[in-house]
Design a protein around this ligand. Structure first.
Ligand code: 9MR
Length: 607
């Protein structure tokens, strides 16, 4: 159970969510549109009869007109929805507005390179989340400067009784695990989630190595002659390497197949096998984190909780193997010594996971998130794919082609489902796979993207996302879908995918039934109060709000877990189960694995 401080301030939010659906409103991307792109706005709550609309320029003069396209009742937003399509209008300018049903929209721009500032801000999030180093006003902006958090992090292992009464042995060593990115609004540093976030930044680099040259981002490493995107990624890579257990360590962990849940325990919670002694050398600890949840606000430098390494898991070990193999490939000829260090770590991690394939995270510790994953075939496939792409060795080829994930239908990746990352790598990096094999993998990625484009028909806001069942971090999922659209576009050169990406970004930036931009600092009404221990201005006037470029996790109608979300139960549907409230950790947290695909997609738009 996650225990966090919180006030029940949500009733107000719930009523405003309901009210949002009554009077007519125009929802659109609050930044605007690039001249040649699809331009779609949504009219909410204006009935089901076609209406005339006007496009006004900055002087209020009508420069375009048309009729709405009626969609009708929409299960994703709970609203009656119509659309305005003004894609044909391409004249660049600022201060445009749409007018329909007696309402006028927010002003927006039509401009080339619309996403350029946003890409830089989305990347800067990772600098802002750095642990173990002071955050400098020069790179972060003066409001966000702070002393180093967890400046010298030398942690021992959790020992004793966990939340479920299991007794853990601890360990005889400590590891210096200074550095890395804080995961989210908490101060945990997790290998599982760190892996996918890091992979995503590194993949953005691999796709366009010249897009973020030295000096292009606001980070201390600017000027060192290396791509700033690689530099930012290295901050996390070095941390993941530090989480690896030295050779020769033996420890006791639950190891072996999972059983059915114990009576009285939730259905998703498998019962863990008995403790067994394992050779843990080369495995990675699941996370380093606080023993207890800290209260909000809590600038990281003030955190006095005990920091602990939590038991090694096969999942964390494979996240390390995959990203370290990717590192070995991408730093070759940039920093050969670092690339070699990464490859050694990746091989050790792979070997450790082979020896210990069923050490699952028990998610039974308070003070941090679980990132428990009871199904690791996808992580094995991902790690094998990265190792194969880097080394070309037969053993990794066999692990790849023998995996059930090789050639399977693709869906969007996430922290607990990483197979698509392996497929993207195998489909885009030259390996010893045959042309037919590569074509097959490409076809699965393209088919997935086509399915996502199709999803736009199933919801009123026309986004490449399913109609209902919005999980924790749905905005991050939407961005992972958009990333697959970007991959399909790169593979085919077909411009239809861009329309899907634009509509996903339109949704994040205001074309949604909350009428809000989920990205701080971008849009007329944007994210202000994320669940974050430092960007907690609303709780302490001396602290800043979020820096620009931070993405909210977004609507969540599947786990209304926090005190704000609980108040929304029964009062929201899918896209409206959200509130811009610092206590809404299930709706409005920020996280490295959500900002990473957001960055990837924004960078794709900027090409
Ligand atoms: O993103 C995670 C989501 O998929 C899970 O349902 C949720 C509950 O376990 O946890 C989310 O991850 C959180 C992590 O456990 C701790 N740091 C903040 C993360 C974002 O809320």
């Amino acid at each position: 159970m996650r225990k966090r401080n919180g006030w029940l301030l949500a009733t107000l939010m719930a009523t405003s969510a309901a009210a949002a659906q009554q009077s007519p409103a125009i929802d659109l991307n609050q930044l605007g549109f690039e001249p040649a792109d699809v331009k779609l706005a949504v009219v909410r709550g204006a009935g089901t009869k076609t209406l005339p609309w006007l496009l006004l320029d900055t002087d209020g003069k009508a420069v375009g007109k048309g009729e709405t396209l009626v969609y009708g009742p929409d299960a994703s937003s709970g609203a009656v929805v119509q659309r305005i399509d003004f894609s044909g209008f391409r004249r660049a300018g600022k201060g445009y507005r749409l007018s329909v049903a007696g309402v006028t929209s927010d002003p927006f721009a039509i401009a080339p390179s619309l996403y350029r500032p946003l890409v830089r801000d989305a990347a800067n999030f990772f600098y802002q989340q750095r642990a173990g180093t002071p955050i400098d006003a020069k790179f972060a902006g003066s409001a966000w400067a702070r002393p180093a958090g967890h400046a010298h992090e030398v942690a021992g292992c959790f020992s004793g009784v966990d939340e479920r009464g299991t007794v853990w042995p601890g360990c005889a060593y400590k590891l210096d695990v200074t550095g890395g990115w804080y995961d989210a609004g908490d101060h945990g540093k997790y290998v599982v989630n760190g892996g996918i976030a890091l992979w995503t930044l590194l993949n953005a680099y691999a796709r366009r190595p010249k897009a973020f040259p030295d000096g292009s981002l606001r980070i201390p490493e600017s000027g060192n002659g290396v791509s700033d995107l690689l530099d930012e990624a290295r901050w996390e890579m070095e941390f993941l390497l530090r989480m690896q257990i030295p050779d020769g360590v033996r420890t006791q962990v639950p190891s072996g197949p999972l059983g059915a849940p114990k009576p009285g325990r939730p259905a998703w919670e498998a019962s863990f096998p008995p403790f067994a002694e394992i050779d843990a050398g080369g495995m990675a600890h699941q996370k380093v984190a606080d023993r207890n949840w800290t209260a909000l606000p809590m600038p990281p430098q003030n955190d006095r909780e005990e920091r602990l390494l939590y038991p090694p898991t096969t999942g964390a070990t494979l996240n390390l193997a995959a990203t370290a193999a990717q590192c070995a490939r991408l730093w070759r000829e940039v920093d050969d010594a670092f690339a070699a260090r990464c490859l050694t770590a990746a091989r050790r991690a792979w070997a450790a996971a082979q020896r210990n394939p069923q050490v699952y995270a028990t998610s039974s510790f308070t003070g941090s998130g679980g990132y428990g994953d009871n199904s690791l075939s996808d992580e094995f496939y991902w790690a094998a794919a990265e190792l194969y792409a880097t080394t070309g060795e037969a053993a990794f080829r066999k692990a790849v082609t023998g995996s059930p994930h090789f050639g399977e239908a693709v869906r969007a990746p996430g922290w607990s489902f990483t197979a698509p990352l392996g497929t993207i790598t195998l489909a885009t990096v030259k390996t010893g796979l045959s042309d037919a094999e590569v074509q097959k993998l490409r076809a699965t990625l393209i088919a997935a993207a086509d399915g996502m484009l199709e999803q736009r028909r199933q919801n009123g806001y026309a986004i490449p996302y399913k109609a209902q069942g919005y999980p924790w971090g749905s905005n991050g999922d939407l961005m992972n879908q958009a990333m697959l659209l970007g991959v399909a576009s790169d593979l085919t050169g077909d411009s239809k995918y861009r329309g899907g990406i634009v509509s996903a970004l339109d949704y994040l930036l205001g074309r949604n039934p909350m009428g809000t931009s989920y990205v701080s600092g971008h849009g007329v009404r944007s994210l202000n109060n994320p669940h974050h221990r430092f960007w907690a201005h609303v709780l302490d006037a001396k602290l800043p709000g979020p820096p620009p470029g931070v993405l909210s996790g977004g609507p969540n109608d599947t786990a209304l877990a926090d005190p704000v979300a609980m108040q929304l139960k029964g009062k929201c549907v899918a896209q409206t189960c959200w509130a811009d409230d610092i206590h809404a950790y299930a709706l409005n947290e920020v996280a490295i694995n959500w900002n990473a695909p957001f960055f990837w997609v924004a960078a794709w738009m900027e090409d």
